[in-house]
Design a protein around this ligand. Structure first.
Ligand SMILES: [Zn+2]
Length: 305
C-alpha cells in the first residue's frame, strides 16, 4: 500500500460527515435530543476525559452541557448515531470538567497512542472546528458579529448589507524528505529553532498565497536550507488541526550536497545515512513525533534500504 492510502493519526475517521444534514436545521434540531445521539464536550482545545478516555454524553447531561456551551456543532453520523461537539471554553476549567462528568482536561495529542485511531480523528476534528468558531466571532470584512450556521460548518455576518459567509480555514504546510543527489542513501534533516538539542526532523513550511504545493517545497527548501530540489513527489497528507493545519508530505532530491541554513528557523541541517538514523532510533532518539507524517516520511524511507 502506498503512503497516501495508509491512515495517519487524526485522519481517516469512520464518521460519515453527512454534509446534506448541515442544511437541514429541523432534522439537526431533532437529532440533538435523540436518545442515540452523542455529545463530545471540549474545553479550550482540550478533550474532557474520565478514566476510560474522552467522555461521550447523552440525554440530560448532554442537554446541560449544550445549555452552557458557547457553540454546539454537528460532526456527523457514527452509524445511526449523530455526533455533536460542544465548546465549554467560557467556563473555568473545573466547572467544565464537572459539568461534563469528567475528571480532567487533556489535549488529544497526549492521548493519541491510547485512543482508537477513529476516536482520535473525531476528537481532533472537534477541536479544530470549535477552535475556528472561537477565532471567527466577527466578520473580517465589516467587523459585525458573525453567527454559526450550517450545523457549525459556517458562520454568517449579521450585518444585513454585508452578510458575508465565513467558512473554516485550513492552513496547508509542506513537509519534505530531501534526498541527497545520486542515490547516495542520505536524507536531509534539520534542527529547528526551539527544538531540543539533539532533535532532528524533516523540513517544513507553510504554503503562501499564489503558490502550488510544489512551488512551496522548492521555495522553503531554498530559503531554509539553501538547497535546490527537483523531482518533488507527493507522499501523502495528514490532518493537523492544531489549530488548522494540513500537512502535505513530499519527497524531493537535492541537486547538490551543499547546505546553508537560514539560522532563524533552522539552526543546523545535515545529511544522515539510513544506518545513522537506525542507530539514533535504537538509542532512544525518536524519528520525529510518532503521530506525525514526519515520522512516516522517515520510516518509509528507512524501509527502502
Ligand atoms: Zn460583514
Amino acid at each position: 500500500m502506498d503512503t497516501a492510502e495508509r491512515v495517519l493519526a487524526y485522519g481517516g475517521g469512520s464518521l460519515d460527515r453527512a454534509g446534506p444534514l448541515r442544511t437541514d436545521p429541523t432534522r439537526l434540531g431533532a437529532l440533538l435530543t435523540e436518545a442515540t445521539s452523542v455529545l463530545l464536550p471540549m474545553w479550550r482545545d482540550r478533550c474532557l476525559v474520565d478514566g476510560h478516555g474522552p467522555v461521550r454524553l447523552s440525554a440530560e447531561r448532554a442537554a446541560l452541557v449544550r445549555s452552557a456551551a458557547v457553540e454546539t456543532v454537528f460532526l456527523g453520523l457514527d452509524g445511526e448515531a449523530a455526533v455533536f461537539a460542544a465548546d465549554l471554553s467560557p467556563l473555568p476549567e473545573r466547572s467544565a470538567v464537572e459539568m461534563a462528568g469528567a475528571v480532567r482536561s487533556v489535549d488529544v495529542r497526549a492521548l493519541v497512542g491510547r485512543l482508537e485511531p477513529g476516536d482520535a480523528a473525531v476528537q481532533a476534528y472537534a477541536r479544530g472546528l470549535l477552535h475556528w468558531h472561537r477565532q471567527q466571532r466577527f466578520c473580517g470584512t465589516c467587523g459585525a458579529p458573525a453567527v454559526a450556521g450550517g450545523g457549525g460548518h459556517l458562520r454568517t455576518c449579521t450585518d444585513t448589507e454585508c452578510g458575508r459567509l465565513l467558512f473554516p480555514r485550513i492552513e496547508p504546510a509542506v513537509i519534505v524528505l530531501v534526498e541527497a543527489p545520486g542515490r547516495s542513501g542520505r536524507c536531509l534533516l534539520a534542527r529547528h529553532a526551539g527544538a531540543a538539542e539533539d532533535a532532528y526532523s524533516t523540513l517544513a513550511g507553510f504554503v503562501e498565497i499564489g503558490e502550488s504545493l510544489e512551488d512551496a517545497v522548492r521555495r522553503e527548501m531554498g530559503e531554509e536550507a539553501g538547497v535546490t530540489v527537483t523531482d518533488v513527489t507527493y507522499q501523502g497528507s495528514q490532518a493537523w488541526p492544531f489549530p488548522a493545519g494540513l500537512m502535505v508530505g513530499f519527497r524531493a532530491t537535492a541537486t547538490s550536497d551543499e547546505v546553508r541554513v537560514d539560522g532563524e528557523e533552522l539552526l543546523e541541517a545535515r545529511w544522515f545515512t539510513r544506518a545513522e538514523l537506525r542507530d539514533r532510533a535504537a538509542s532512544g532518539r525518536p524519528l520525529g513525533r510518532a503521530d506525525s507524517i514526519d515520522h512516516r516520511l522517515l520510516t518509509d524511507w528507512l524501509a527502502e534500504g
